[in-house]
Design a protein around this ligand. Structure first.
Ligand code: GLU
Length: 296
């Protein structure tokens, strides 16, 4: 089977040092396998998307010498596919409507003596599993069942009991927005993605995505989660804690910085194209190391 990889940024702002790592690793991995590299703009979370950010990201990738092998997909144009997948899940009894507001979910946990931080993820307590009892449907959830064992090429064997650790998770949000989990699974399958390479902050979504793939009868890609760039406060680098947009006047320096995070050796080159060409064999060496159990 031919390798097909992708970079799937959310256009919430321009690429920064952290997101370039995922872009670069996905590109190098596709090239090292002689495969295709696609770009998909994940613009489903409309309130978080910024006008012009997607175009900026594509321009930044091009300035760094990374061109997608096929036309870019935009999730905002994929609603029909997500709707069809949701209908199939409802028909097979795997998805169900939920009327719970966040404060109702908090109230259930409070009754059980559990308090959440405002931005903490809530495990869904399963309130609407047995029906809405006349209440209005707000969101759609997947009935999460079973423990998922999966393998990450860098992190090794992983396991998550999704029912216990996450609960029935959202596929379509109140107000109709499509959830990342559904959109990413439908599109990875529709684009024939065989290998997913993305930042380690997304690793704990993988078990949910595998459950969804199984529920929809879709193949599971091979996963590799790359190291994160940390900000001065020790948290993942993001716009909120000081990430700046990449300096397009110095793309080779930006690539060099991303390469360090991936434990690639220093590569001297004049142009991004020359730099990338030299980085492909170096990456092939890194992934051989992953297979032998070394993790940067
Ligand atoms: N759109 C997601 C993000 O930018 C990445 C999704 C993925 O690679 O699965 O965080």
């Amino acid at each position: 089977m031919r390798y097909r990889g992708r970079f799937a940024p959310s256009p919430t702002g321009p690429l920064h040092a952290g997101s370039l790592v995922a872009a670069l690793a996905s590109w190098l991995d596709a090239r090292a396998h002689g495969g295709d590299w696609l770009v998909r703009i994940e613009d489903v979370d409309e309130p978080r998307c910024r006008a012009g950010a997607a175009e900026l990201i594509l321009g930044q990738l091009a300035a760094c010498g990374m061109q997608p092998d096929e036309p870019v997909w935009w999730q905002s144009q994929r609603g029909d596919a997500y709707r069809a997948a949701l209908q199939a899940l409802v028909a097979s009894g795997r998805a169900y409507p939920c009327s719970c507001t966040r404060s109702e979910i908090d109230a259930v946990w409070a009754e059980r003596g559990v308090r959440h931080q405002p931005d903490a993820e809530r495990i869904y307590p399963g309130t609407c599993r047995g029906g809405l009892h006349g209440k209005p449907a707000r969101a759609m959830r997947l009935r999460a069942e079973g423990t998922v064992h999966w393998h990450d090429r860098r992190l090794g064997p992983q396991v998550q009991d999704v029912a216990r650790e996450v609960g029935d998770f959202v596929l379509q949000r109140a107000g109709g927005l499509w959830a990342y989990q559904l959109a990413v699974v439908v599109d990875d399958a529709a684009q024939g993605i065989t290998h997913v390479v993305r930042g380690e902050d997304l690793a704990d979504n993988t078990a949910r995505q595998i459950l969804l793939q199984r529920a929809l009868g879709l193949a599971t890609p091979v996963y590799l989660h790359t190291p994160l760039v940390l900000a001065a406060d020790g948290r993942k680098l993001s716009k909120q804690n000081g990430a700046r947009a990449l300096d397009l006047a110095a793309p080779v320096a930006a690539l060099q910085e991303a390469a360090q995070v991936l434990a690639l050796p220093r590569i001297e080159a004049q142009s991004p194209a020359d730099w990338l060409a030299a980085a492909v064999p170096a990456w092939a060496g890194i992934i051989t190391g992953f297979a032998n159990g070394s993790t940067p």
